[in-house]
Ligand binder design. Structure first.
Ligand SMILES: NC(=O)C1=CN([C@@H]2O[C@H](COP(=O)(O)OP(=O)(O)OC[C@H]3O[C@@H](n4cnc5c(N)ncnc54)[C@H](O)[C@@H]3O)[C@@H](O)[C@H]2O)C=CC1
Ligand SMILES: O=C(O)[C@@H]1CCC=N1
Length: 275
């Protein structure tokens, strides 16, 4: 396969679609005139002009006809009602709860990659695992790896189970840090701290101090180093663990994975059963 020179993003003005489009343009991965986006209105709201020169259409089949690589970035519930024939072209789907087999049947292509970025695509800091169907050639896989590296780190994975688990673990992006931030914030308010101080303290921990992780220290080493003081941090870490912190995380991931592996859209054409 020669490298696709034109890229179309269906749902390209949504949260992920627009973020990906901007990352591809900012890194020079694609030229504006080789990028085409679709949405329901066929109009581009782009007050800052960051998408200048990019094509826009409401006609997804027109997008397919004009693109060598088609990226699908609509919500699962919008996919069922969307008739889409990608004409055997390489399809990269970001849709949660849409398996390779369902996508192959629904979109009329055997060459499908499921990718699961997260909302940090917005700041080009996503972690994006992806899974390819057997029909995707090695050069196409290498191209897609580079495409997702424009907005963070990416890895190929090798089963739907791994991708569904990672949808729960990393596709959720800022959900778990935000949950921790909210718990700390509520605790601080309950103990009478002024709201501004509480908010800055929480951001200082969850956003700023967490940047130490991965720079010079792994998270296990950091926990060990802080615990070795046998002081305040050790007390908190141990009490949180005793109160079921890990069990609570495990329960959340179980529930998220159940949803990730359920069919979040109904394909119009049922996948062929293997004979
Ligand atoms: N937002 C997130 O954190 C993550 C989202 N995903 C997946 O990415 C996909 C997109 O999510 P978001 O960008 O957050 O959703 P979004 O709602 O921001 O964007 C979806 C876009 O699709 C457009 N759209 C709907 N029907 C359409 C049609 N028939 N033709 C063309 N465009 C159409 C909508 O107008 C909207 O702009 C979803 O399937 C979601 O499961 C995956 C990982 C993380
Ligand atoms: O919550 C969701 O369903 C989407 C997909 C993974 C992250 N956000």
């Amino acid at each position: 396969m020669s490298e696709p020179s034109t890229i179309g993003i269906i749902g390209g003005t949504g949260w992920l679609g627009r973020s990906l489009a901007l990352a591809l343009l900012e890194t020079g991965f694609v030229l504006p005139e080789a990028l085409l986006l679709s949405n329901r209105s066929g109009t581009l709201d782009d007050p800052q002009g960051s998408l200048a020169g990019v094509g826009i259409t409401a006609d997804n089949q027109e997008l397919v006809a004009r693109s060598e690589l088609v990226i699908l970035s609509v919500r699962p519930q919008d996919l069922s009602s969307m008739a889409l024939d990608v004409q055997g072209k390489l399809l990269v789907s970001l849709v949660a709860g849409a398996s390779l087999a369902d996508l192959q049947a629904h979109c009329a292509s055997q060459r499908v990659i499921r990718a699961m970025p997260n909302a940090a695509l917005d700041i080009r800091q996503s972690y994006t695992p992806w899974l390819a169907s057997a029909q995707v050639e090695a050069p196409a896989k290498a191209y897609v790896q580079r495409l997702f590296e424009t907005c963070g780190a990416a890895d190929e994975v090798f089963s739907e189970a791994q991708l569904n688990y990672l949808t729960a673990l990393s596709g959720t992006g800022p959900s778990y840090p935000a949950l921790l931030a909210r718990a700390l914030f509520r605790d601080a308010l309950a103990r009478g701290l002024p709201e501004g101080v509480a908010r800055r303290a929480v951001i200082g921990v969850v956003v700023q101090a967490s940047q130490l992780i991965g720079e010079r220290h792994g998270f296990e080493a950091l926990l060990q180093r802080l615990s070795e003081y046998r002081g305040v941090s050790a007390a908190a870490i141990e009490a949180m663990a005793e109160a079921g912190f890990e069990a609570s995380v495990g329960a959340g991931l179980d529930r998220a994975m159940e949803v990730a592996q359920s069919r979040l859209f109904e394909p119009v054409v049922a996948p062929q059963k293997p004979r």
